[in-house]
Design a protein around this ligand. Structure first.
Ligand SMILES: NC(=O)c1ccc[n+]([C@@H]2O[C@H](COP(=O)([O-])OP(=O)(O)OC[C@H]3O[C@@H](n4cnc5c(N)ncnc54)[C@H](O)[C@@H]3O)[C@@H](O)[C@H]2O)c1
Length: 268
């Protein structure tokens, strides 16, 4: 199989950790790193260590790229992923939470159709997305997602209103409602809820609970689903990335897995 030439969107916590893991991959070559001009210097420093052959650019090159992977956020999806898809370039998206915004999922689908290509959403920080999406085929009755984090992790969110986060003695539910409402009130925590929704019952029928819990140190995600297939409960206790405590290390591994699966003779 020929080497797959990749354009990486974003070179922050996920992008740099993924570059480090991909450094010695003979079948995958990061040919371009796409970041805003003010992030060129930082991206260049990372590229020097992990991807010396990559060019640092502010848009996806029109030639010489086989696949785009996004780890940069909502603005980058609009600026780079949509046009790349329209040009027929397959794309992998990590910022799945951005798809809670009205119309963006439909725009991505339309762009991929127009380019006769595909956009893949990675499972990221959550597991059992394969089981959930398969269970949907037979029919799902209920899907519930619970996100549990230490109180300080909810600083700067609406959880601060009417709740003394620092003084919490026991677990406290700070939000309960639809995944759509959770994404609009807690956009920085939207990735997992959006991924579970898109794989299962959608943003309006996926029930979300967000909990501040002084007894935990990690980010704990629980998914419970019931349907014609039976039922499952999954709990993940994710370790944060050293470079960005808001991002789970598993998200990086999920992105790297998605890339390696594109070139693997046997993919799982
Ligand atoms: N699916 C999941 O489970 C999951 C988990 C964690 C994070 N994420 C998402 O992944 C994305 C990246 O996370 P991170 O921790 O690496 O963030 P980060 O802030 O560390 O890095 C973001 C990078 O994107 C670049 N960037 C910003 N705007 C851009 C644009 N318009 N075009 C190109 N590059 C741009 C920045 O310069 C930076 O290099 C975020 O959107 C985050 O929400 C997804």
């Amino acid at each position: 199989m020929p080497v797959l030439r990749i354009a990486l969107l974003g070179c922050g916590a996920i992008g740099s950790a993924a570059l480090e893991l991909l450094r010695d991959d003979a079948a995958l070559s990061v040919a371009a790193i796409v970041v805003p001009v003010d992030a060129f210097e930082a991206a260049r420093a990372v590229a020097e260590r992990f991807a010396p052959g990559a060019q640092i650019v502010s848009s996806v090159p029109v030639q010489g790229i086989d696949l785009v992977i996004e780890a940069a956020g909502h603005a980058a999806i609009e600026a780079h992923v949509l046009p790349a898809l329209q040009r027929g370039m397959p794309c992998i998206v990590a910022s799945v939470g951005a798809l809670s915004a009205q119309g963006l999922a439909e725009q991505l689908e339309a762009a991929a159709k127009a380019g006769n290509t595909q956009v893949q959403l990675i499972a990221g920080a959550i597991g059992a997305i394969d089981a959930l999406a398969a269970a949907r085929v037979g029919g799902l009755d209920s899907v519930r997602y619970t996100g549990r984090k230490p109180p300080h992790a909810w600083k700067g969110t609406p959880a601060e209103q009417g709740c003394d986060l620092a003084g919490l003695k026991g677990e406290t539910v700070i939000f309960e409602g639809s995944a759509r409402k959770a994404a609009s009130l807690y956009p920085k925590n939207a990735n997992v809820a959006a991924t579970v929704s898109l794989a299962g019952l959608g943003l309006d029928r996926t029930h979300v609970r967000l909990i501040a819990d002084p007894a935990v140190t990690d980010n704990v995600h629980t998914v419970e689903a019931e349907g014609a297939f039976g039922s499952f409960e999954l709990t993940m206790r994710n370790k944060p990335l050293a470079a960005n405590p808001k991002t789970s290390a598993l998200t990086v591994y999920s992105a790297v897995r998605a890339l390696r699966n594109r070139v693997a003779a046997l993919s799982i």
